[in-house]
Design a protein. Structure first.
Length: 172
């Protein structure tokens, strides 16, 4: 028996409903590919040292990225090692000799906590980053660096803000 056009259409519609739906993976793969490339491009290896608002770092054109190690922070009033205040700037300036005893004690405490120096670090010493305000006098900075060196922290880095190189504008 012949079916009417309506019956054929209804039968076709019911057959289509019985079949499971198909998932189009091409679009999904395109989206994930774009997402992966976006995340790879935007995941830079930027390391930023946490600074205190009271400290204004000096500017430099250095390209070196700071490493995460022990941080000695020198503000206008305090000397802080790894978040712990060890003395005031006035005490540091008034201290006799090249070293500041409270800073030496704190550095030795952190050295004991870190364990013995490796054979590779015997010559260079332990790494330390000194973050000082740009208005800190050089004598004070020199005393802090001498104290660090005496406590086996001879790999000293000075924290600065990156300054862009001026453009030549085609002039030679």
């Amino acid at each position: 028996m012949k079916q009417s056009l309506r019956a054929k259409r209804m039968a076709k519609h019911h057959r289509r409903l019985k079949q499971g739906s198909k998932l189009n993976l091409v679009s999904l793969m395109d989206i994930f590919t774009i997402l992966v490339f976006f995340l790879l491009v935007n995941s830079g290896d930027v390391e930023v040292l946490q600074t205190d608002k009271s400290i204004k770092l000096p500017a430099s054109v250095s390209d070196q990225v700071p490493e995460e190690n022990l941080l000695v922070l020198i503000s206008a009033t305090d000397v802080v090692v790894a978040g712990r205040a060890v003395g005031s700037v006035a005490d540091l300036l008034a201290a006799e000799g090249d070293q500041f005893a409270p800073l030496t004690q704190e550095l030795k405490y952190h050295a004991e906590k870190a364990g013995p120096l490796t054979e590779k670090n015997q010559l260079t010493g332990r790494p330390v980053t000194v973050m000082a305000d740009q208005k800190v006098p050089y004598q004070l900075l020199k005393k802090v660096m001498a104290t660090c060196a005496a406590a086996e922290y001879r790999d000293i880095s000075l924290a600065v803000t990156k300054k862009e190189l001026p453009a030549n504008n085609g002039e030679g």
